[in-house]
Structures are given as C-alpha cells and as structure tokens.
Design a protein around this ligand. Structure first.
Ligand SMILES: [Ca+2]
Ligand SMILES: [Ca+2]
Ligand SMILES: [Ca+2]
Length: 352
C-alpha cells in the first residue's frame, strides 16, 4: 500500500477538526457558604451555588448538594438537587440546623456538590463547616451542702465552649430560703467547658430542719436542666421547754388575705422569733407554689412587744385570691442564743 505523504495527513486532520460540532462553553458550579455555624442561632445559615459564567440559552444548570462527611441528622432539611435557572449567576438556599438540647462538642460537616447536569461541571473543593453547640446543663443531678459552708457550687458542663454565654437560675420547687442570689446572671466563659454557678448559703443559728430546693436553668429543657440542692441544717435542735423562750402572740382563726399579714408578739426572754405561713401541702401542690409562702425573723428583747410583718409572695397572693379561701398554718418559733427553741402552731383560714 502506498504511504500517504505527511502533508496530506496533516490536511486530513485539520479537515476532520473543522467538521466537528462547536463545543459548548462549560459552566462550573461551585458551593459557597460559612465555615462556622451554630445551632440555636437566629436565622439559618445560607449556602450559595455559584456558576463560573451566567447560565445561557434556554437551558438551566443543576447539581446535587450532599453531605460528604459528618452527621446529616444535624440538618433540619434534606439536601438535594439545586437548579440554577438560565440567565442566573448564582442561587442561594437556606441550611436550617437542628437545635437540640444535647450537650455535644463542635462537629465538622463537609458538603459537596456532585452530579452536574449535561453541559455543566462541578468544582471539586468541598465546603467544610464547623457546627458549634449552644447547649449546657448541670453536671450532677443533686448537691448537698452544710448550712455553715457559706456557699454551694453547682457544676455545669458544656460540650463546646468556643463562645462566652450567660445563663440564670430559678426556683421551681422546695424552699427558696437560704440560697442567694438565685436570679443573678451566671457567666459561662469562653474556653471553660466546666463552668459553675455559686450561691451563698445563709448560715443562721436556728434549727429549722434540712431544706431542699429544686433549681432550673432558665430557657433550658431536658432532665439535666434542673438540680436539687440539699442544705443540711447544722444547728442543734434543743427540746428543753423549761429553758426555751416563750412567745406570746395572738391571731384570729381567720386572717384577711393581704400582701402583708401583721400581728404583735413578745417573748418572756430575749429571743429570735421566726414566723412563717405555710399552706396545706395539697393546696400548695395545686397552686404550684412553695409550701412556705411568707417568712420573717425579728429579734425581741425580753418582754418587748413588736409587730411582725409577714409579706406574702406576690404570685402566691394572686393565686390564693383566685382561690378564695385557703387553710394555712402560722408557725412561730422562739429561740435563744443557745439554740433552745419553742414552736407554736396556729391553724388559720385565709379569707379574701
Ligand atoms: Ca441547642
Ligand atoms: Ca446540641
Ligand atoms: Ca439553721
């Protein structure tokens, strides 16, 4: 067979190229978005699919966004096909995150764009995001402290302490007496995954029995949002009626339901007189208020007469007024400096 000269071969190649259809311009789709996001932040982070050139003609370009690495259950949406209409340069889609109550470390989420439509290509670089956690909780379900400890430290924990945060506590059960300041802000410093809330414990010299207080982290949910604080009364309980001071006071069988309940009292010797008003447990339960709705302590010189003002908790007063009448007990304890005490209980009915 005769060999074709090299010049002819080159000519054939040029003609073949010229006969091929013109290649369409390829649009490359790229995924853009924030590299740091946080659950619980207002507004969802936004992803952007950007084309290397405006999508032309009557067609459109599309591709699929998928999770390449990380936990897809952190997303409140299922990713999928994104369509860039003709004439567009980019399209934006929200990426809502699951805001759970689970304390967890910061996590990595890697997204990528795959499966381009014909005529389009996808940039290979994935989008790597750090998903920060916004949750915190108590590290233990309960703590016990003696009354003379001065303070009680409530341990908290965070899985991701990248950012500083702030919380506060409220009393949801038991006695609020003796712990303070319950409503004050509790800082959660950046970098501290084991912050603490510290409350002062009142150290009195009167025996009143151990106290139990249930505290809740405001705006938190889940079982670890609460903690039980037991305060052990370290004062001796004396039952020496021949030594203890004797309080004299008078209240009627019915007490008008006012913010302030007032009665006069005296002691036969110098005393600390503590009066509290307690609702029947059933009523207290139905009202969801503390069992003790008012408490006051006054110091009395021997034989001196003083008025004792019991101020009712506003919320308790409101609920009691709505109820009409309620049975209660006025508990008056007179104690001396050595802790000898005598308790007198009066059953009363609170009337509007
Ligand atoms: Ca959360
Ligand atoms: Ca979480
Ligand atoms: Ca005490």
């Amino acid at each position: 067979m005769a060999r074709k000269p090299p010049v002819l071969l080159a000519l054939v190649a040029v003609l073949a190229l010229g006969a091929a259809p013109a290649r369409a311009e390829t649009t490359t789709l790229r995924l853009e978005g924030p590299t740091s996001v946080a659950e619980g932040s207002p507004g969802a982070p936004r992803l952007r699919v950007v084309a290397s050139r405006i999508v032309r003609g009557s067609g459109e370009a599309s591709a699929t966004i998928e999770v390449a690495d990380g936990d897809p259950s952190d997303l409140r949406t299922t990713l999928g096909r994104v369509v860039l209409p003709a004439g567009h340069f980019s399209v934006t889609i929200p990426l809502p995150l699951v805001d759970d109550d689970v304390v967890e470390p910061a996590k990595q989420l890697v997204l990528r764009i795959v499966d381009p439509s014909p005529g389009a290509a996808v940039a290979p670089e994935p989008l790597t995001m750090t998903v920060h956690d916004d949750d915190y909780e108590f590290a233990v379900p309960e703590v016990t402290v003696r009354e003379d400890a001065g303070t009680v430290v409530l341990p908290l924990r965070r899985g991701d302490a990248t950012r500083a945060d702030m919380t506060s506590l409220r009393v949801i059960g038991g006695s609020a007496d003796g712990l303070s300041p319950v409503g004050a802000p509790v800082p959660l410093p950046a970098g501290d995954t084991a912050p603490t809330a510290t409350l002062a414990v009142a150290n009195d010299a009167v025996w009143h029995g151990d106290r139990r207080t249930v505290l809740l982290l405001n705006h938190r949910r889940g079982p670890a949002a609460g903690i039980v604080v037991h305060v052990i009364d370290d004062d001796p309980r004396w039952t020496a009626p021949w030594i203890a001071p004797r309080a004299t006071f008078h209240v009627g069988n019915t007490l008008p339901l006012r913010r302030q309940l007032r009665f006069a009292a005296s002691c036969d010797k110098a005393c600390l007189l503590t009066a509290d008003l307690r609702l029947d447990p059933g009523i207290a339960g139905a009202l969801h208020v503390e069992r003790v709705v008012a408490e006051r302590s006054v110091r009395l010189a021997a034989g001196a007469r003083r008025s004792v003002d019991l101020r009712l908790d506003r919320r308790a007063l409101k609920r009691l007024r709505a109820r009409g009448r309620a049975a209660a007990r006025l508990v008056v304890v007179a104690s001396d400096e050595h802790g000898h005490d005598r308790t007198v209980i009066e059953h009363v009915t609170l009337v509007p």
